[in-house]
Design a protein around this ligand. Structure first.
Ligand code: UD1
Length: 394
């Protein structure tokens, strides 16, 4: 059996790693294609190394561009690879431009498509990721669901239940695999925050960083917060470019290595980031993966977004939505820092075995049913699904 996995952006790599291990264990010929959507060594190579992912068999080198340019470039360069290799299945991951591009190419070549992390919905069509999710799921033959709410979303869109497999969350597989190494790395000691409450921040969504007024509001909130507690902010390249051009870094009273203050860092490799997050008092983010990782670890998380495609992290985990407003963030951060509890939330099938279930579906034809009630929810049940609201709204 030949399976081709297509990845391109940082959050894809954590999802690929455990799937690759499980497929290889079963003797599958697993071909890895890197689209090159993310190309900086610290956004890509570091993840392959730390997560023991073999070097990609094909690197499409698409780089940056507008959404259409990036998606089109992946499609153009991927098509001949799929034609030549004619895999039994193309696996796509998450919700980035590389994901939807790969699904489109494979589906049009009549090659079966599997989508890892299917069925998540924010219902926010201003997010490019939402468009990518909906289109990818519609084109996929095998949908691998991280949580039960995904089945309700797919059912509402008319996707047949026999395509869905409730396998759990592959991000958590990688977290479980890496946590002992991450704790040994002891990044808090390196950043001189060990044994004290500190905050870890990531922000990169266009809605938060592309509008100078919103970005300034967020940076103001973080500098105020940093008057009370160390704030470590590994900065995504998109955000760094915006800060440089629009926010006047010198206005932010930044203090390089010190025991307090807002510290802007280069993007961190996976183990360093996990090491910091695992011991943080609070995480402030707009990333999807961090909402899940903090929930699993029991670390309070504030997500600076009006909605989330991962509501289970609010209903069953430690995540709270907050508006991109200085005072709302400061008030929520104070509550979050006080909220730390030693008990970790337990979320169904976030157990480190999601990739094994995927491999059993793909290689052994097993099914991971949702059980009747969830596969075909009533309209009343569908309406009853809680939609988290951001703190500070109204
Ligand atoms: C992409 C994903 C987003 C994901 C994020 C994780 C889409 C639509 N968005 O957003 O869902 O959460 O990755 O990081 O696919 N850049 C570099 N070096 C790199 C990569 C990017 O400098 O290695 C810069 C470029 O200037 C680029 C910008 O960052 O234009 C944005 O990169 P891009 O991949 O288009 O989207 P992200 O914002 O990273």
């Amino acid at each position: 059996m030949r399976i081709l996995s297509v990845v391109g952006a940082r959050p894809n790599f954590m999802k690929l790693a455990p799937v690759d291990r499980e497929l290889v264990k079963r003797g599958v010929e697993h071909v890895i294609v890197h689209t090159g959507q993310h190309y900086d060594p610290d956004m890509s190579d570091a993840f392959f190394e730390q997560l023991w992912i073999p070097a990609p068999d094909h690197d499409l080198g698409v780089g940056s561009g507008s959404h259409a340019q990036q998606t089109a470039a992946v499609m153009q360069r991927l098509e001949p690879v799929i034609v030549e290799l004619h895999p039994d299945l193309v696996l796509t991951y998450g919700d980035v431009n590389s994901t939807v591009a790969a699904a489109l190419v494979a589906a049009k070549l009549q090659v079966r498509v599997g989508h890892v992390e299917a069925g998540l919905r924010s219902r926010d069509w201003t997010m490019p990721e939402e468009i990518n999710r909906v289109v990818t799921d519609r084109l996929s033959d095998l949908l691998f669901l991280p949580s039960r709410d995904a089945a309700e979303n797919l059912d509402a869109e008319g996707i047949p239940a026999d395509r869905m497999h409730f396998v759990g969350n592959v991000m958590i597989d990688t977290l479980c695999w890496a946590l002992p190494q991450a704790l040994a790395v002891d990044a808090p000691a390196r950043f001189e925050v060990r044994g004290r409450p500190y905050v870890v921040v990531t922000l990169h969504r266009p809605a938060n960083v592309d509008d100078p007024a919103v970005l300034r509001e967020l940076l103001e909130a973080l500098t105020r917060l940093a008057d009370h507690v160390p704030v470590l902010f590994p900065v995504h390249p998109r955000t760094r470019a915006r800060i440089r051009t629009r926010a006047r870094i010198e206005d932010l009273r930044l203090r390089p290595p010190a025991d307090r203050g807002l510290r802007l860092l280069e993007p961190l490799a996976y183990l360093d980031m996990l090491s910091l997050v695992a011991k943080a008092g609070l995480v402030v983010t707009d990333s999807g993966g961090l909402q899940e990782e903090t929930s699993f670890l029991g670390v309070p998380c504030l997500t600076v977004r009006p909605n989330t495609e991962r509501p289970i992290t609010c209903t069953h985990g430690t995540n709270r939505l907050v508006q991109a407003q200085r005072d709302a963030i400061l008030a929520a951060a104070e509550r979050g820092l006080a909220r730390h509890s030693p008990a970790r939330p337990v979320i169904e099938r976030w157990d480190g075995q999601a990739a094994e279930r995927i491999a059993r579906v793909v290689c052994e034809g097993e099914r991971f049913e949702l059980d009747g009630a969830v596969a075909a929810p009533s309209h009343a049940a569908r309406r009853a699904v809680a939609i988290p609201q951001p703190l500070g709204a109204g």
